[in-house]
Design a protein around this ligand. Sequence first.
Ligand SMILES: [Zn+2]
Length: 292
Amino acid sequence: MTALTLTLGCAGARASAPGASPPPAARPQLTLTTELPLSDAERRAIIERVQAAFAFALTLSGWSRPDALAAEPVEIRVDTTRPGVEASTSGAHRFTIGVGALSQPNADGIFAHELTHLQDFRAARQGMRQPPRYLEEGRGYFVGREWRRLRGEPGGDGERAALLATATAEEVAFVLAKFRHQPELREVGRAGKGPLARGIGVFFVDYLRTRAGYPDAMARLSRAWERLGQGGAFEPAFSAQFDGLTLGAAEASFVAFIRETEGNPAERLKGTPFEGATGLRPEDPEGAAGFE
Ligand SMILES: [Zn+2]
């Protein structure tokens, strides 16, 4: 398998309440492949939703050349997926969504999540294996979460927030160290830390935005992904985008923050979209929903 066919499988979303207008942005040519007996109208509807999610991901990621990332076609496959995997992205041109996931009420969030991976592949090219997996998933969840919120879709934020609120510094240090590259990824599942690992990246992005002084952290990260596509290495690219802060130092300060807020979930989640989603507040709109 080459770097360009690296597959990112994503478990657990739910979804769809179409209705919001897509933002104006570049849209790629899109083809839909499926064995399902879909009508032309159903095909067109899916393509419209995917194009809207693509445009949203393009905008929220803050790419420096969004039109270039939309220039090549996208193939979407509606197919059966591996057990526990709702959707997956293979390289820069294709993503697959499971038949079941397509009918879930959060399918738009899944589209945005997968298309973020696809855009990251387009930007980073052969460098796509370099960034830690938790951070790649964090970018996908970040865009998926915001698109779901905009579309009014349900999501797994309540359950994810509850996990993040109670995680210890030791657990977070473990998943940052292991949910990174093959083959250590498997250790995360064996330790029963899969759900925390899938949620930690987006919370790290939230930490950079709300605590570390980088409200535009997604755009800075996108620049680092673009640097990979120019043949650069990830860690120096990250540092260059964050005023010399190394990835290791950023992770250490994140873990220290987790340690400081052990037993104080309100302080830990303050200022992030997870605030108020833990069930700690009576107005919690989502409760203990599942994972995206
Ligand atoms: Zn993913």
